[in-house]
Design a protein around this ligand. Sequence first.
Ligand code: PH4
Ligand code: ZN
Length: 307
Amino acid sequence: MLVAGGELLLRARREGYAVGAFNIQNLEGLWAVTGAAVEERSPVIVAVSPGAIRYGGLRLLATAVRTVAEDLPVPLALHLDHGEDLETVSRCLEAGFTSVMIDGSHLPFRENVDLTRKAVELAHPRGVSVEGELGRLAGMEEKSVEEREALLTDPAQAEEFVRLTGVDSLAVSIGTSHGAYKFRGEPRLDFERLKLIRERVEVPLVLHGASSVPPWAVEKASRYGAQLQGAKGIPEEHLRRAISLGIAKVNIDTDLRLAFTATVREVLATSPGEFDPRKILGPAREAMKEVVREKMRLFGSSGRAAG
Ligand code: PH4
Ligand code: ZN
């Protein structure tokens, strides 16, 4: 069933687990994510970015997700990921999204507050929750202490941001970044900062850029010609710790892309006579589904579908 995103997160925060937000761009992703949620009896957030909207079309993606959700025996929230502007937020509200993110993290604090508050004013009357972001997701290596401070979320500012905007959840920057190349050296997250933010911020916290970049997917993709040297993600024990410190929503995209790519490459290389898209994409969809199932177990959302 389709549910309000905010409710999923409030329950997760209360009960000490996290709900995965998995990005989709097409039906393969949607089937993989929802299939995993059913098998794990887990609540799930299906995330659609502006880039995915440009690729797949808003009405088509929203209709597909809402149609699948109708018959789904587990709660599903349809979420706008990294909404760029109020127009995108409005279009997604019209299309029936049940939570939206407005990402003003690149703006100066006051402008981020203004933009985010306007998104809240649009979404709340429709019962839709809003995620804001404070702090920038960026690789932290080779950065000075001052540069790190400027990019990572400041706990006192986070408290003020939530108060001034009325957001329902807050994405924080503690050292993660998007994509497959998160660290050159040892993976490091600023858990002390996360604790301080948690002490000051009541609303559920969100971790973006949380893919682990599984070695099996990198190795398989590389075996069949991919060039992914130096790919490195967030270790699973770091994610467990972040969740224990109050992260209630974890965003995953890269790990699904890697599983997809590794599997498609394998099929094409080992079955050169194959040209039926179903035989090529079917195994890739299964591989993505397995990744999502593992995340749900790791995040503690498995078995939490029932109210
Ligand atoms: N996201 C995914 C952003 C995807 O424009 P786009 O469709 O490429 O945007 O919000 C994440 O936080 C994913 O983190 P990950 O890269 O570690 O999986
Ligand atoms: Zn993100």
